[in-house]
Design a protein. Structure first.
Length: 93
């Protein structure tokens, strides 16, 4: 149970890093935490929460992120629809 709790906190911190610079402190909505937890665990859990590595990892795996995570990030204003569309177009989607 402690491991799950630790992973949940790590996910919340990770989403904050994905959304902005490491020096910015701001609240991350529970919908973003919930929507992106699986993506963090699947692709970036090898990086320490709050590290530059997490931000780089999430960006590098952007095309693999779940639709629910991307939608939550867009809705929360962490990623623009234009950026999502630009990346999708570059991948031929």
């Amino acid at each position: 149970m402690t491991n799950i709790f630790t992973k949940a906190i790590a996910t919340a911190l990770t989403v904050a890093i994905v959304a902005g610079s490491a020096s910015s402190a701001f609240a991350v909505s529970s919908s973003v935490k919930y929507a992106c937890m699986g993506d963090y665990l699947s692709y970036c859990s090898g990086h320490a929460p709050g590290s530059a590595g997490v931000k780089s990892c999430m960006r590098a795996n952007g095309s693999k992120l779940s639709k629910s995570c991307v939608s939550a990030l867009v809705k929360a204003g962490y990623v623009s629809k234009a950026e999502v569309s630009r990346r999708a177009a570059s991948l031929g989607r």
